[in-house]
Design a protein. Structure first.
Length: 565
């Protein structure tokens, strides 16, 4: 331990261009919604408006003439609402929201009742034919402190403008209308005015309720954008913070910029090798609406993850000791010297005439890093991962050999548009891992033999020991909002330096996560074993509370080694 501590004193400090451990990255990722995507979001508008509103029963004195008074009451009234068209258009700093409605009051089979008493006693059942109503308002977005202190997106709905034209011809009444009109005419009123006044009050109540509903819906849609929580992967704990730092609305769409940081305490096993930070490239985000070659355009939703943030996440998990593990004798896989001989081409066979237990340990001397320009959606660079093999020799536990692996593994994002399951599939080809003998005290002249044998045999070791892990994947089930969700997903490197991972999605009507069943959350769809006890209307996820773009982080290598005996 003293020796390791001494090495730590001489470990290279963070370079000026590196991110210090846990440093906050202002532009960690972004989310773009194009005008076409905003059009698809307009499909939500009908769900924000009730299809029917009850008109409260009312009664009042409407005429007081010196010879009599006339009282009026309306009972059994309701308003039907049908959304004919809705649009949300990005402008300069605000979203312009417009809706065209057809509104009726009761109908011929279920009329309201107007009752008059006093000068004239009469009941007037009636209804109002559908008539057009238009609604216009604006929505502004800003970053503001949330209830827990973390910045969140705050929506502000402007004044709601409601207009309609209703003529007497649309109002149908079954009574002696002229007699009532003569009485009301003494004070300049009309039976039609009474109906329209009652309807106007109901529509005013509707618009008053619409503003907070719109604000709540927009804020709920981004409610999981701000997170601060620990990620525990098999005892390696890292803390992730992610929240909006900027939001802008322009005619080309909406961009939300997210800042974030991933941090973790340094584990003893890597303390001597900690460089003191992760690489910084900090290149500019691509323009809003930009689509790399081969990506369907225009897309609806685009999410970009910077390699700075991905590398910081990988560094934090590495620093927390995620890649330090031991496969010891007596574990779930019986390691012995036959494995040693297989990997090293029988170089050490003479040392072990009989099979003896073997312990395999990893010593990750470098943090893995992400690359977006390789054959996979994300290529994970494996940097100086030592595999150390120990066995009993001359009555003591001795290190027989140590082989360093460098190379790449792949992580691919796959979305099942039917279930909403987003899987991060891990692809490791042993041919892409280059072995180098780092320690061989017993037969130093046989390093070339060991490296050649290791290259050919390591694939069998992977299939045998961690084959189940290679077939496993991180799986998130995406939420839907009122039946609206992601239908497809494409990925590509983006940005001038191709150091942003772009994920481009189409948005539309989906059946998953609609609250009717836990689609994608369990055995029904193969989407995982997530807890659906809270219902799917808010989305079921393999990592509850984590927004789906966290699944875009290149944590594939962490998945491979997330279980240790």
């Amino acid at each position: 331990m003293t020796f390791i501590a001494g090495l730590a004193l001489f470990s290279a400090p963070a370079h000026a261009e590196d991110w210090a451990p846990g440093a906050f990255i202002e532009e960690a990722l972004y989310a773009d919604v194009t005008p076409q995507g905003i059009d698809s979001v307009a499909l939500l508008v009908p769900s924000l408006l009730p299809s029917e509103i009850e008109i409260p029963d009312t009664s009042q004195e409407v005429v007081d003439i010196w010879v009599c008074s006339e009282d009026f009451s309306l009972t059994g009234g309701w308003v039907g609402i049908q959304v004919v068209d809705a649009s949300i258009t990005p402008g300069n700093g605000v979203l312009e929201v417009d809706a065209s409605l057809m509104v009726n009051v009761n109908n011929s089979s279920d009329p309201f009742n107007l009752s008059f008493s006093g000068c004239i006693d009469s009941d007037c059942p009636g209804y109002v034919d559908p008539f057009p109503v238009t609604i216009h308002t604006t929505i502004a977005l800003d970053v503001a402190p949330g209830p827990d202190g973390l910045p969140v997106l705050d929506a502000t709905v402007g004044d709601i403008e409601l207009s309609y034209s209703l003529t007497n011809d649309a109002i149908h009444l079954d009574c002696f209308i002229q007699d009532i009109e003569d009485v009301l005419g003494w004070v300049g009123l009309s039976i039609y005015d009474l109906i329209i006044d009652q309807l106007a009050g109901t529509l005013d109540d509707l618009t008053a309720d619409l503003a907070p509903t719109l604000e709540e819906t927009v804020e709920e849609a981004f409610g999981s954008a701000s997170i601060s929580q620990d990620i525990d992967l098999n005892g390696a704990v890292a803390h992730i913070s992610l929240y909006p730092t900027d939001v802008g609305i322009q005619p080309s769409g909406v961009r939300i910029v997210m800042g974030g940081a991933v941090s973790g305490d340094v584990a003893t096993c890597v303390a001597a090798f900690d460089p003191g930070g992760s690489a910084k490239t900090a290149t500019a985000m691509p323009a809003l609406g930009y689509a790399p070659s081969g990506i369907r355009s225009p897309y609806h939703l685009g999410i970009g993850v910077s390699d700075d943030f991905a590398n910081q996440a990988l560094y934090a998990l590495w620093r927390s000791g995620l890649l330090c593990y031991t496969l010891a004798p007596g574990g779930e896989f019986p390691l012995d010297t036959s494995i040693l001989n297989l990997l090293t081409g029988d170089v050490f066979a003479s040392l072990f005439p009989e099979a003896l237990p073997v312990t395999l340990r990893t010593l990750p001397r470098g943090a893995p890093t992400a690359n977006y320009t390789g054959p996979s959606d994300v290529d994970l660079n494996l940097n100086d991962l030592d595999l150390e093999l120990y066995a009993d020799l001359d009555g003591r536990q001795a290190r027989i050999t140590s082989v360093t692996l460098n190379g790449t593994a792949g992580a691919n994002l796959n979305l099942d548009g039917a279930t909403g399951a987003l899987a991060v599939d891990i692809a490791i080809d042993p041919a892409n891992l280059v072995p180098t003998v780092r320690y061989n005290e017993f037969y130093p002249d046989s390093n070339a033999t060991i490296e050649a044998s290791f290259s050919s045999a390591f694939g069998s070791l992977l299939d045998t020991i961690v084959g189940s892990l290679l077939g496993d994947a991180i799986s998130f089930t995406l939420p839907s909002i009122s039946g609206l969700g992601l239908q497809s997903l494409e990925t590509s490197a983006t940005g001038d330096a191709e150091d942003w991972l772009g994920a481009y999605a189409m948005v539309g009507s989906v059946t998953y996560g609609d609250g009717s069943s836990c689609g994608g959350c369990g055995g029904d769809t193969g989407g995982g074993s997530s807890d659906c006890s809270s219902g799917c209307s808010s989305g079921c996820s393999a990592a509850p509370g984590v927004p789906f773009w966290v699944g875009l982080l290149p944590l594939g290598l962490a998945v491979l080694l997330r279980r240790r005996p």
